[in-house]
Structure formats: C-alpha cells, structure tokens
Design a binder for this molecule. Structure first.
Ligand SMILES: Nc1nc2c(c(=O)[nH]1)N[C@H]1C(S)=C(S)[C@@H](COP(=O)(O)OP(=O)(O)OC[C@H]3O[C@@H](n4cnc5c(=O)[nH]c(N)nc54)[C@H](O)[C@@H]3O)O[C@H]1N2
Ligand SMILES: Nc1nc2c(c(=O)[nH]1)N[C@H]1C(S)=C(S)[C@@H](COP(=O)(O)OP(=O)(O)OC[C@H]3O[C@@H](n4cnc5c(=O)[nH]c(N)nc54)[C@H](O)[C@@H]3O)O[C@H]1N2
Ligand code: SF4
Ligand SMILES: [Mo]
Length: 754
C-alpha cells in the first residue's frame, strides 16, 4: 500500500495545483458544434441549466440555457469552465491494477480482467470473513439512478449492511433536523419564494461563493426592500450587501437562536394561531430559552447585544421571511441541535408554507438531495424509507424480489465504517465517486485505514488521492457521458442528458456495478439496459414513500423544466392522476402521504414539532495550548476535494493554493504579515500554507479552505468528532495554534520541477 512518504512529491507533482495547465487547450472552441445538448452543471446542488456544445465525441464549449427557470442562463466560474474537464488528458480511459514497479504505481489492464479480479476478491473476503466484511462508499455527485442502484447493489448483490456515502459529510444534520421538525427532508420552498420575503436570514452559508445563483434571488429581494441578516464568523462576499452581519464565534449557533427566540417571546413576536393549530412542543421549548437573555447570548456567541436585539426585532416583526442555512452551522458535533434551534424561530414566527414565507437548507453536492433519498445512506431505503421499519422493508424487498429477512439492516456512517477497518470487521471496500482521503477529517487516520484494507477498489474518472490506495481502479463516467436524473437544492427533479460517450474502456458507472454483479454470478436484479429502466424501478420503489417519485417521468421532467417531489402517480384511493409535483411544501391541501389531510406537516397529526435544542460548546474548545479556532470551508473556484477543479487551469489560476485567512490583530500577535507562511497545528496534525491577512474574519478564528490533498490538506488538522445523531464530522470547529513558518520543502521541490 502507498505510504504518505510515497505520496510526495510525485503525487503532488501530478495532482497538486501547482502544475496548473489549461485542460482542453487542444480544442478549438470557435468550431461550430455538431449539436447542442441541454443538461445541468456537474458541480453544485444549484444544478444550473446549461447547454453543452458538442463536436464529434468532445464537449467543446457551452451556451447559456436562458429559459431554464432556476438560473435563467446564469452560471458561476465553475459552470463556465466545467466543459474543460471532458477532454482532459488525465482522464482514466482504462482499468488499472496497482503495480509498485511502475513509476506512477499503476498498470493499465483489460477491463474484463479488472472486473474478474474485483469479483474474486469480493468472493474471497466474503467467504472468509462474512458478507459484512465488504463495505461500500457512495457519492452524491452521481445521478439518482446510480445512487439507487448502488444501495440495491450493496444490499442485494453484496448482501452487506455496510454502505454509506459522502453526503454524510454534508447534508445529514439538516436531514435529521428537518425530519424531526417537519417529518420530511427537503427544502420547504422553491427559490422563487426568496424575492418575496421581507427578511432573509442566512445562517452559516457562504452563498455568493457556494450557492452563487441563489445570490441573485437574494439581491432581488434586496431590490424589493428586504432586510438581509447573515450569521458567519467571516464577512463573506454576500455580507457586503447585507443589512446586518452577526459575526458568530464558531460552534455557538444554538445559543444565538435560543437568544432570538427568547426575545421573540419577551416581545410577543409570535404567531399564536400557527403555534396553537399547527405545532406541538412550543411550551417546553419556550421554557428552555428562558435564561437566554441578550447579555448571556452575547457572551456566548461573541456577537454584540445590540446586533442580537436588532436581528430579533427584524425577524420577529417581519410580515414575510425566509431562513436558509448551510454547512456553517451544520458541520458540528451539535449540528442537529443547531438546525433544530434555527427551525424553532421559523415555527415561532409561523412564516412557512406560503409565498414569500419559507425555510430551506442549501444542498451542497450536485445530487446532494436525490443522493440521500433513494438508499445509499446507511439507514435508508428508496423513497426516503427507513431501513428498520418493517413495512418499509417489506415494500422494498418485494420490489427487489427478495425476502424481507434477506434485506440487511442499518449499517454505520462512513467514518465508523473506516473504524471497522481498524478493528478488522471490514476487510474490503468499494469506493465510488468519493475522495475520502482528502475530504474526511483527521486524514492520517483515513490513510492508515486505506492502507490496512486487504482489497480496495475505486471507481472514478480521474485518479484521485484516494485512488492512489486502490488495488484496482475502474474507469467510470463523467456527468456528460450518461443520462439520468438529479434533484436540485429546491427539490426539483431534473434530467441530465448525455452529450458524449465515455472514452476508451471507461463505462457508464451503473454498467460497472452490473458487470461486477454478473462476474459474481449474482446478476438477478442487475440487468438494466439503461438509466431509464433503473428510473422506472426507482419510481415503483419510491411509490407511497415520502420522497415519492412515482408520478415523475423523463418526459414530464423535460416538458416542465423539472418536477418537484413528492409527485405521486395515484391519488389516495389508488386512482391514476397526473400530479404536477410539489414546489412548495406545507401548503394546505398539498400531497402528504403521512398526515393524509390532517395538516400540512409530515406527521400523522399534520403538525410541526418544536424541539428543545440546548446549546453545548464544541467538542474541542480552545485552551492555553491551542488557543485559536480553526474553521474550514470553500472558495468559489474549487469544488469539494478538488479532484475535478484542480485540473481546470483557469479555475486553478483564480485561487491556486489554500490560504489561511486571519485577522490583522491575530497576525500581529504572532509577528505574521500578509503572504507569510504559517503553520497551523492541532492535536492531530499540522499544515503549512501561505496566509491572507484580512479584516473580514473574527480575530479569534482562522479559516482554511479544504480543496487540496497531501501536504496541502487541512483535513490533516481537523477533528473527527461527530454529531451523535447525524454523524456529521465537526469540520467547522477545532482548536489550533499558529506560528510563522518557513516555506515548506515540498513547494520548493515542486517549483524546481516546473
Ligand atoms: N465554490 C464551491 N461551491 C460549492 C462547493 C464547493 O466545494 N465549492 N461545495 C458544495 C457543497 S457539497 C456544499 S456542502 C456547499 C457548502 O456551502 P456553505 O456551507 O455555504 O460553505 P462552507 O464554506 O462550507 O461554509 C459556509 C460558511 O460557514 C461559516 N462558518 C464556519 N463556522 C461557522 C459556525 O460555527 N457558525 C456559522 N453560522 N457559520 C460558520 C464559514 O465562515 C463559511 O463562510 O457548497 C456547495 N457549493
Ligand atoms: N475540512 C473540510 N472537509 C470537508 C468539508 C468542509 O467543509 N471542510 N466539506 C465536506 C462536504 S460538505 C462534502 S460534500 C465532502 C465532499 O467530499 P468528496 O465527496 O470526497 O469530494 P468530491 O470531490 O466530490 O469527490 C468525489 C470524487 O468522485 C469523482 N466523481 C464525481 N462525479 C462522479 C461520477 O459521476 N462518477 C464517478 N465514478 N466519479 C465521480 C470525482 O472525480 C472525485 O474524485 O467533503 C467534506 N469535507
Ligand atoms: S452555481 Fe453550482 S450548478 Fe451553477 S454553475 Fe456554479 S457550480 Fe454549477
Ligand atoms: Mo457538501
């Protein structure tokens, strides 16, 4: 197995951002395309519509798709450059076996040999140690068809309970919080409700860089006179046009929302009718925030008392409002509590489920929403069903043509899955559309686990840092090489259309799984001819579930610019209907298979739930040895682990290397000036990067983006503490110390190679 030492400098030279090159430079984009394909961006959960220009078997450019209603032709820098990855010379076009005798550690092999080897290793491991000794990691950049098939593959073909996915790092706190409060895990409103709101509250979301198109909806609200409140330890680009910035100390969001609810109650800024008729649990929650007066709230959150009072007044007295949040308040060991505390101020206001009155959590990954609805999550079955619910199990077992007893039970989250590698319970792993070595916290632990596996197979289209540990790499498909559906941040199910064929031996991802199933002699249920056939089974599997897709067809999606779920095929009496989909949840009379007319929320009594959300400090707070808070996140030009965007030259140029952001006061204390090299060190590891001295961050916090691997990975430093319910890692707070440093050797080595 590859060691850390072996990964540098060769690996960095090959994958590191320092070797920025213009991919696709051999393409002449002035050439007329043969055809234009309407599809969506392959990156974030905004899922902007885009038209790809295709010549032969290459994507050579793009045109805006102006009539797609969400983005109306607008794209962010990543969307504009995405086409450059299609003909990239790093593209994996063959299967590979590990071969330490080769300079880059791998040797190309015929695809069928690779599939045979994967099947025989699965067989060996499962017959020696049991079915659960083989685990599966999935990803939410893939289409819903692929995510569905992966869940089925793990449980029916591999018969393992151990499957989980990278959305575990992303949306799970929001998902748990939404289910506890509303009974459903989806944005409550379409984005078009944002401009209708008087007050917009944004909690822990760098909207301008991470949900760029939503920015224009917020600006539209501003044009309409809305007040905008932003809670973030940094003044992000959107904050420049906000009315009030609440520079919270990381890890304190539940305290802030308790303080806001306290003021709403004190000033009677409550919707009593709504609370009375449509919710349960208010009194207990009201009692729980009794002590959270503005002074205490200010002390804990680090936000000025005056600003807290102002925010509460604007929020409390608004006629219409919209609250949205993202990972800033979710990626915490109290992520679920933070989400519930924010929902409490929405429910107390009664402003939900109406035009201009809404709530949403901003989905991150391209198919972050669809990817968590149909079964690759450890505890879930298709249709957002519960893997431990006997009725749900029975329904899915029937669709999958197995007995209910054969269906494995809930597994564990993806980090726990790696801990099971440490104990020897898991010996083999299949990793698909996930780059855990870069994206999981405490990467030294992740490295040791990947090295310890007896057999590791990765499916990707670029060699990722994680693929480096693989025994076999299978060449999967890029977004534009396959068709299928995804669900956008709004809850809109849309269609990805195929523009080109996968090159060489690369295959549509779903076909690779079926080839493995066939090689194992377990092809029953894995003989789909195309994504449409998978979707048809998925529709049946989801029918009657909360994420009901049964009334959605490819044709309906195409003709209506997408369809919002739930969208059933039959009414409550089982009569076929042509349901239009559900853009806004929680409206009276909207489709709700759980409440069945009792009320708008997805519980049997139709009522939303207030939840006590008591503040507790982060797992690792600052102390004398590690006195600074590290928080991590993103930059506009890079996407996630960077395996794609670090290969797109113009994006690399925009922000090539991770920079540590710190305030001038903190910088001065350590004798640091702008562009100095700084070492940031936690109890787990250290990282040396250049710094950016900025006045837009709290003086007790440093920020580092996480899109790089190897020596540039901030996840060497982060903590693997997890939320006890959602199991999301605490990426947004750990304790560190910083000091001025010399330029590290590895950058000097790389520069001399260029
Ligand atoms: N350009 C770009 N866009 C992306 C992505 C990307 O990689 N690059 N990834 C996509 C994905 S998968 C996701 S999940 C989303 C993430 O979207 P966001 O959640 O908006 O992005 P982050 O940068 O992770 O964090 C948001 C903000 O949280 C703040 N923050 C840190 N700690 C706290 C805290 O304790 N409380 C509060 N209130 N705020 C805090 C940070 O300063 C940061 O500005 O973006 C999606 N869009
Ligand atoms: N420190 C820190 N760490 C974080 C975060 C943070 O804020 N701070 N955020 C977390 C969040 S929110 C997220 S979502 C995760 C994301 O972390 P990852 O999921 O590990 O990141 P990706 O870059 O999406 O990795 C996906 C891999 O799949 C490949 N891929 C993409 N699409 C496809 C496809 O259709 N088929 C196949 N076969 N392969 C594909 C890509 O090339 C890439 O190698 O990172 C998390 N890690
Ligand atoms: S906002 Fe997201 S979906 Fe839209 S172009 Fe940018 S990365 Fe792509
Ligand atoms: Mo994410």
């Amino acid at each position: 197995m590859v060691t850390e030492a072996q990964m540098t400098p060769e690996l960095l030279a090959k994958f590191g951002p320092l070797r920025a090159y213009q991919s696709g430079e051999r393409l002449d984009t002035s050439v007329d395309p043969d055809r234009i394909v309407k599809t969506h961006c392959c990156f974030c959960g905004q899922q902007c519509g885009i038209q790809l220009k295709v010549k032969g078997n290459s994507v050579i450019g793009f045109e805006p798709w102006t009539d797609f209603p969400f983005n109306k032709g607008m794209l962010c820098p990543k969307g504009i450059r995405r086409y450059l990855q299609n003909s990239h010379h790093d593209r994996l076009t063959a299967a590979h076996f590990r071969d330490p005798t080769r300079p880059d550690g791998f040797r190309a092999v015929p695809y069928t040999n690779a599939i045979a080897r994967v099947a025989s290793e699965i067989q060996r491991i499962q017959s020696t140690y049991g079915n659960d000794a083989f685990g599966v990691l999935g990803g939410a950049s893939m289409t819903t068809e692929k995510c569905y098939l992966l869940g089925k593959f793990a449980r029916v073909c591999l018969k393992t309970r151990y499957i989980d996915y990278n959305g575990r790092l992303c949306m799970v706190s929001a998902g748990v919080g939404n289910k506890k409060a509303f009974g459903i895990d989806r944005a409550g409103n379409p984005t078009s409700d944002i401009p209708l709101a008087d007050v917009i509250w944004i909690g822990g979301a760098n909207v301008a860089e991470c949900a760029p198109i939503t920015t224009s909806y917020i600006w539209e609200a501003r044009e309409n006179g809305a007040r905008i409140i932003n809670v973030d330890p940094r003044i992000t680009p959107l904050a420049r046009t906000c009315d009030l910035v609440l520079p919270i100390k990381p890890g304190r969001d539940a305290a802030l929302y308790a303080g806001i609810l306290h003021l709403m109650i004190e000033n009677d800024w409550l919707d009593h009718d709504f609370i009375e008729n449509h919710t349960v649990g208010f009194d207990v929650v009201a009692a729980s925030v009794k002590d959270w007066n503005p002074r205490k709230t200010a002390e804990v959150t680090g936000i000025a008392e005056k600003a807290i009072r102002q925010a509460a007044e604007w929020w409390g007295t608004a006629k219409t409002s919209y609250l949205m949040h993202a990972r800033g308040m979710e990626q915490h060991s109290h992520g679920v509590i933070n989400v519930l505390s924010a929902i409490n101020i929405v429910l107390a206001s009664g402003r939900i489920g109406r035009p201009g009155c809404g709530y949403s959590t901003i989905t991150g990954q391209g198919n972050g929403q669809g990817g968590r609805e149909h079964g690759q999550k450890a505890d879930q079955l298709p249709g957002a069903r519960d893997i431990e619910n006997p009725e749900h199990r029975k329904h899915i077992a029937a669709i999958w043509d197995i007995r209910e007893e054969e269906l494995p039970h809930a597994g564990v989250d993806c980090y726990e899955l790696l801990r099971k590698v440490e104990t020897g319970e898991i010996r083999g792993l299949l990793c698909w559309s996930f780059n855990p070595f870069v994206s999981l916290p405490d990467s030294d632990f992740v490295r040791r686990m990947l090295e310890k596996l007896e057999f590791f197979v990765c499916i990707d289209f670029f060699l990722s840092e994680t693929c480096r540990f693989a025994d076999v790499i299978l060449p999967g498909s890029q977004h534009e090489e396959d068709e299928g559906t995804v669900c956008s941040t709004e809850g809109r199910v849309i269609k990805i259309n195929k523009a080109v064929d996968p090159p060489g031996d690369a295959k549509p991802d779903w076909r690779i799984l079926q080839d493995i199933a066939q090689a194992l002699g377990r092809e029953h249920g894995f003989t789909f001819e195309n994504p449409r056939a998978i979707f048809e089974e998925l529709r049946r599997a989801s029918a009657g579930g909360i994420a009901d897709y049964s009334g959605i067809t490819y044709e309906k999606i195409e003709s209506r610019y997408g369809v919002f779920w739930p969208c059933p095929a039959t009414d409550r009496d089982g009569k076929p209907i042509d349901h239009p989909g559900t853009p806004r949840l929680f409206e009276p009379g909207s489709w709700n298979p759980v409440a069945k007319g009792a009320g708008p929320f997805y519980f049997p009594d139709g009522k939303a739930h207030f939840n006590v959300a008591s503040y507790a400090p982060p797992t690792e707070d600052v102390d004398a040895d590690y006195p600074v808070i590290l928080t991590t996140g993103r930059t506009v030009n890079m996407f996630l682990s960077g395996n794609q965007t670090r290969r797109i030259g113009p994006l690399v140029d925009q922000y090539p290397d991770p920079l540590l952001e710190l305030h001038p006061v903190l910088a001065q204390k350590h004798g640091i000036v702008d562009k100095d090299w700084v070492t940031v060190e936690s109890r787990r590891g250290a990282l040396t990067v250049q710094c950016q001295v900025v006045t837009t961050i709290r003086p007790d916090v440093v920020f580092v983006p996480y899109h790089w691997g190897g020596a540039k990975s901030v996840n060497r430093v982060t903590i693997s503490a997890q939320d006890p319910i959602s199991k999301i890692p605490e990426y947004k707070v750990c304790a560190v110390r910083i000091c001025k440093a010399e330029e590290p050797e590895y950058t000097k080595r790389l520069e001399s190679q260029q």
